[in-house]
Design a protein around this ligand. Structure first.
Ligand SMILES: Nc1nc2c(c(=O)[nH]1)N[C@H]1C(S)=C(S)[C@@H](COP(=O)(O)OP(=O)(O)OC[C@H]3O[C@@H](n4cnc5c(=O)[nH]c(N)nc54)[C@H](O)[C@@H]3O)O[C@H]1N2
Ligand SMILES: Nc1nc2c(c(=O)[nH]1)N[C@H]1C(S)=C(S)[C@@H](COP(=O)(O)OP(=O)(O)OC[C@H]3O[C@@H](n4cnc5c(=O)[nH]c(N)nc54)[C@H](O)[C@@H]3O)O[C@H]1N2
Ligand SMILES: [Mo]
Length: 754
């Protein structure tokens, strides 16, 4: 595998040509990319009414590889009719995530029953009949409803409304496995659960912290912003156990100077141990206070808990900080110096912060640090959870959470003249555990891959296997359709955002609501999500109730309701006439008045956790490669980390020696959730010794079900593992999920025809 020494650049440009060839030409891809629809990938957001490849500040061209990948995936041909009668369940289980994705678009409802070997195509009528029959025969709390973050606001709003009027609060979204700790942490500290800044604020900042994330791969369009911060003479501070190539140097494809010469990104790069951020963040705060750089008037007037926090920081020893973070005072001081000098600072973070059993604490330690120098509640400065899915924030705003905000609950009851359930609903992990315990009979999944995104894949498969029926609404096949099988599994094919017959809306991580025009369907067969939901609700709840569900197959009508019910969303009522996209009211904080009961920000003191593991073990993070979007794998290689396959464990050469392993040899990895055999040991000197990395979703066999008590988010980034050299060098790789090498080889050979 050729190593690259910077992110982005020409490889990204060449990739565009390659993708264009795959979908039938550059013009076709260009037209699709420029259509007036919100980008399908990350929540940084672009597109909408200003046209594709334009960001919220109007900048064009904004390009990234993964938006091309997602578009090309939706432009694939249909799965052929004989596919389902060709591949058995076992063969589908042997397919890799990449092979499943490249089977093509799902265009007909299909069903697979326990004991049967093949999915069989069924009519929409039969699918509706089976689903409604089951919904009528179980009690509401024997169901759960999982939402991914790719669907529209309208579909999210409608399905949660249906589920609640049906009678359950077991309604949740992929955020529980993603940024929930950010929402909970920020709400506790500031009374708001989302970013406090807009994209324009970021463009005015003179220091940006990038903590626990790899935006060069996962939010590439943030890289232009970071490049500009550096060009303005500002600083970018990266906190990450891996020295990520693209965060050191990145060639922004849309910028000629950067494309040819590359741009320096990080001005300081510090590598804590996995899970060491909390100690590092408190260490930074300690240093700021000791330097006399704390904004005392701000802390006294706008915050609560400063005196207690100051005492805590003063009593904290540098030994403890070093021991629990892996970072010494000598490395922390230069960061503190830069922070003390900066005037407008933005704190950005992603999964390296939230995927821990102390995720909420991590987020609150970031807020503490920001408050210490008054870095929220003014232009150009603030808190920025860098969100994942393109509409995950919108799905949350629409009320796809077990507990609704009081005001939304009251308004829903009033507006629709209905009574909603008040029983506590379950979070995502709670639903999986309840299913495992046999307490759930039916699950409805709007998009996503609930099986593939779960920790403890063995447990998840067993839990879903206990269900009588699972219903997936998806565009393409994923590992959930092969392993996340209930006694009866039904897949319903849906239209992608840019194929919708009616306009839909999405919300970016900067609280900006975009209007997507939709467009012509690429295939006969898939239906709009909203249409499917309206039809199901009509059949289950009947025409006699207070809501005419069939009339809800109209996204304009749904937006009228959203405007009246969800605070800050008033402007959505007319968006299809005015075409005016907007920031949700009350979220961007330019004044230091917080939405806590006292109006002040709360500072939190949290005990610093010990680093996980001991001498004989390693801490394992499960991460994304540059060639995947979550459980969907587009390319097996990870260009920036110089890795050309996925069945690997990335280990520092010191650890390879210490554990008597061989670089390029095979190993068995064990955790208290499971074991994976035949994993290739790949030397990777950019990771801090003592820590290891493997690719998600394959490594979910190893991730235990321990969750953060505050946010219920699993600790995907901190799995204690033992690594043992395989007894025989000939031991075959297991590539994670498959357990049948022959079956796998057979499927591979057959794949060429699908
Ligand atoms: N290309 C692409 N883009 C994506 C996605 C994708 O799969 N592919 N997924 C989308 C989604 S849903 C999300 S949530 C985001 C995810 O975006 P990220 O959070 O950037 O992605 P991950 O690969 O989960 O996290 C990886 C980073 O966290 C670091 N890390 C791991 N453990 C720790 C720790 O304990 N402390 C610190 N400080 N850092 C740590 C890793 O070294 C790595 O750089 O990306 C979104 N965008
Ligand atoms: N070990 C480990 N596990 C993790 C993570 C990790 O870092 N490590 N990350 C976690 C995170 S951050 C997240 S967000 C979750 C991801 O969890 P999910 O959101 O559940 O999973 P995805 O892989 O993004 O879902 C992909 C599927 O979405 C479908 N899809 C695409 N577009 C549409 C659409 O427009 N409508 C509908 N209905 N379906 C569509 C496609 O069929 C595709 O197969 O995984 C979590 N799990
Ligand atoms: Mo995510």
């Amino acid at each position: 595998m050729r190593k690259v020494n910077r992110g982005g650049g020409w490889p990204a440009v060449f990739y565009t040509w390659q993708k264009a060839r795959e979908v039938g030409g550059l013009w076709k891809l260009w037209k699709a990319m420029r259509s007036k629809n919100a980008c399908k990938t990350c929540a940084l957001g672009m597109g909408g009414q200003s046209g594709g490849m334009v960001n919220e500040a109007g900048h064009f061209p904004e390009v990234c590889k993964k938006s091309l990948q997602a578009m090309a995936a939706d432009m694939q041909g249909a799965i052929k009719p004989d596919f389902y009668s060709t591949y058995t369940r076992a063969q589908l289980q042997a397919f890799s995530p990449r092979e499943l994705e490249s089977c093509g678009r799902i265009t007909t409802p299909v069903m697979l029953r326990q004991g049967e070997q093949y999915y069989q195509p069924i009519s929409w009528e039969e699918a509706y009949r089976r689903i409604t029959g089951k919904l009528r025969s179980v009690t509401p709390d024997e169901t759960f409803w999982y939402f991914s973050g790719r669907s529209s606001n309208e579909a999210g709003f409608l399905l949660q409304l249906f589920a609640r009027i049906y009678g359950t609060n077991n309604v949740n979204n992929c955020s529980y496995y993603c940024h929930q700790a950010s929402g909970v942490g920020l709400t506790g500290s500031l009374g708001t659960g989302t970013a406090t800044i807009s994209l324009e604020d970021l463009d005015q900042s003179d220091l940006v912290f990038v903590i626990g994330g790899n935006p060069a791969s996962n939010h590439p369009r943030l890289m232009r912003t970071l490049m500009h911060v550096r060009r303005r003479g500002g600083e970018v501070i990266v906190i990450n156990p891996i020295l990520e190539t693209g965060l050191v140097n990145f060639a922004v494809p849309g910028d000629v100077r950067s494309l040819f010469f590359g741009s320096s990104i990080a001005s300081v790069y510090v590598q804590p141990h996995i899970g060491g951020d909390l100690a590092l963040l408190y260490g930074l705060a300690k240093r700021i206070e000791a330097m006399g750089a704390a904004d005392e008037p701000f802390l006294a007037n706008q915050c609560e808990g400063w005196i207690e926090l100051r005492t805590f920081l003063r009593n904290l020893s540098w030994d403890e900080i070093k021991h629990k973070s892996g970072v010494s005072q000598a490395e922390i001081d230069p960061i503190a110096d830069r922070y003390a000098k900066a005037r407008r600072v933005v704190f950005g973070w992603t999964m390296g912060i939230t995927h821990h059993t102390h995720g909420v604490h991590n987020v609150q330690a970031i807020v503490n640090l920001a408050m210490l120098r008054g870095m929220a509640g003014k232009p150009g400065a603030g808190l920025m959870p860098i969100r994942g899915h393109s509409n995950v924030q919108g799905i949350g705003t629409m009320g796809v959470t077990p507990k609704l905000k009081e005001i939304v609950f009251d308004r829903l009851q009033q507006h629709f003249a209905v009574r909603l359930p008040t029983t506590p609903g379950l979070d995502t992990m709670g639903c999986i555990e309840a299913a495992h315990a046999g307490k759930v009979k039916l699950a409805v999944c709007l998009g996503g891959n609930l099986y593939g995104s779960n920790p403890d894949a063995t447990f998840a498969a067993k839990a879903l296997g206990e269900l009588d029926l699972i219903v997936y609404l998806n565009t393409t096949l994923n590992t959930g359709h092969a392993h996340g099988l209930a006694k009866e599994t039904i897949i319903l094919p849906v239209l992608a955002r840019d194929e919708e017959p009616q306009p839909t809306t999405q919300e970016s991580m900067f609280n900006f609501v975009r209007l997507s025009d939709g467009g012509p369907a690429r295939h006969d067969g898939p239906l709009s999500e909203v249409r499917i939901i309206a039809e199901l609700a009509h059949r289950v709840l009947g025409a006699s109730g207070p809501i005419d569900w069939l009339s809800m197959n109209n996204t304009g009508q749904i937006r009228q309701a959203i405007a009246r019910i969800v605070p800050g969303m008033e402007q959505i009522a007319e968006i299809d006439q005015t075409r005016k996209e907007f920031h949700i009211g009350g979220r961007v904080l330019h004044e230091p008045r917080f939405s806590t009961p006292s109006g002040k920000a709360r500072l939190f003191i949290h005990e610093l956790p010990e680093l996980a593991g001991d001498e004989g073990t390693l801490r394992l993070m499960t991460i994304r490669s540059e060639g995947q979007f979550n459980t969907v794998v587009y390319e097996n290689y990870d260009l920036y980390r110089g890795v050309d396959r996925r069945d690997v464990i990335l280990l520092h050469p010191d650890d390879i020696r210490r554990l008597h392993l061989t670089a390029g040899g095979r190993a068995t990895i064990r955790s208290n959730a499971g074991a994976m055999q035949g994993v290739l040991v790949s030397p990777f000197d950019k990771i801090k010794p003592g820590n290891a990395a493997m690719y998600y979703p394959e490594a979910n066999l190893l991730v235990p079900r321990s969750v953060d008590p505050g946010s219920k988010t699993p600790s995907f980034k901190c799995v204690v593992i033992q690594v043992e050299a395989a007894a025989s060098a000939a031991q075959q790789p297991l590539a994670g999920i498959s357990s049948d090498g022959d079956e796998r080889a057979k499927s591979r050979a057959n794949m060429r025809s699908c």
